[in-house]
Ligand binder design. Structure first.
Ligand code: ADP
Ligand code: MG
Length: 368
């Protein structure tokens, strides 16, 4: 007898940081098809403050959430009654935005009589390479963004192990703070990368914290401070700016590449023997870092997979996917638990409740 294939259609909503996003995804026999995918970034709103301001983010989400969902449903060409479920990011993230997304999702679910599920943002990132359908479990994930920097072993749905993470700043945050020190604007990563291209990476001797220690934890705060000190002590001109950016970028690249080599050594590829190494997050856009990680992967006999940038950064497709996969295999997803295995309550207890403007640690980072 031929097996009937079941299709699940899910609306996902993401509002945990500075992107308001909604997407409709169809899952048929484990294969994901993205039917619509709308992402509205708030870069312009936050740029004058050189960082994400939670109050501004919350207001922007409140203004845009319903319009973004409407646009995603319109692009998909379906009605709410055709959905099998609705998902929204429940954290970690900035609480104002998270509340907007959760309430929007719950209201739609209630009105349409559909099930709602809260999705952990980091679980979305962990599963995002599977949007491309060519990344079977297990894989090693390096998540490098403005709020996160960690190695995750993704063995299956709901089966995640954090192998190491930054003990202070996230790597994107280090780029942003370096750019702030040098007056390059926000977001800092692309600006630092542009200047680094014409600079001498050996011009400034910058530290590589934790590099010679065993384990996969990383640290970027000392590096950021060293950049600020070097800039203050130097007669900075355009050439020296380029040199400092190049010296900073090579230090970050060394740290990530060295730790990635260790992580790949420790990673068990399972039965099929293929080591898959995924790099995701906004910093994955950096060409020098990507090339170095590619070299490390090749040396370890691994395949580097970099999802399209649109799905490396915050997006709702990954939230819809996490929801659809959990529905397809009930009982495998534990909403409210993060990939490091701690409960939402524990995370909230650890999270500072202060505002984050330029230079301040991201509220969601303390827990990861
Ligand atoms: P988050 O939403 O956690 O802030 P994203 O995944 O949206 O993170 O990525 C944004 C981060 O990526 C910012 O810190 C930005 O500076 C960094 N970034 C973007 N492009 C680059 C690049 N080319 N090189 C280095 N960092 C980059
Ligand atoms: Mg973002």
């Amino acid at each position: 007898m031929q097996r009937m294939s079941k299709t699940l259609t899910v609306l996902g909503i993401e509002t945990s940081c500075d992107e308001t996003a909604a997407a409709v995804l169809r899952l048929t026999d484990g294969r994901a098809e993205l039917v619509s995918d709308v992402i509205r970034t708030q870069l312009k709103e936050h740029a004058p403050y050189l960082g994400v301001v939670p109050e501004i983010a919350a207001r922007a989400h409140a203004e845009l959430a319903d319009l973004t969902v409407k646009a995603a449903m319109h692009d998909a060409g379906i009605s709410y009654s055709e959905l099998d479920g609705i998902a929204a990011t429940s954290g970690p993230g900035l609480i104002g935005g998270v509340l907007v997304g959760m309430m929007t999702g719950k209201a739609i679910a209630q009105a349409a009589g559909k099930p709602f599920i809260a999705v952990n943002h980091l679980e979305g990132h962990a599963l995002s390479p599977r949007l491309g359908n060519d990344c079977p479990f297990p894989y090693l994930l390096l998540l490098v963004s403005g709020g996160h920097c960690q190695f995750l072993e993704v063995r299956g749905l709901g089966d995640y192990r954090r192998l190491g993470s930054t003990i202070d700043d996230a790597v994107g945050e280090a780029f942003d703070k370096t750019a702030k020190t040098l007056g390059l604007g926000f977001p800092g990563g692309p600006a630092v990368e542009r200047l680094a291209e014409g600079g001498n990476p050996a011009a400034f001797a910058l530290p590589r914290p934790l590099l010679n220690r065993p384990g996969l934890d990383m640290s970027f705060a000392g590096l950021k401070t060293a950049v600020a000190r070097a800039a203050a002590e130097d007669t900075m001109n355009d050439d020296r700016m380029r040199d400092l950016c190049a010296s900073f970028q090579i230090a970050v690249t060394d740290i990530l590449a060295t730790k990635a080599a260790l992580a790949l050594e420790a990673f068990d590829p399972g039965e099929d023997g293929t080591k898959r190494f995924v790099v995701a997050g906004g910093v994955a856009a950096n060409k020098a870092i990507r090339a170095a990680l590619d070299d490390v992967a090749k040396a370890a006999g691994a395949r580097l997979i970099a999802p399209p940038l649109r799905h490396c950064t915050d997006n709702a497709a990954m939230i819809a996917l996490a929801r659809a996969l959990s529905k397809a295999r009930p009982g495998t997803l534990a909403p409210g638990r993060d990939p490091a295995g701690r409960s939402m309550k524990q995370r909230q207890n650890q999270r500072p409740s202060t505002e984050r403007a330029a230079g301040a640690p991201r509220p969601d980072q303390a827990a990861f």
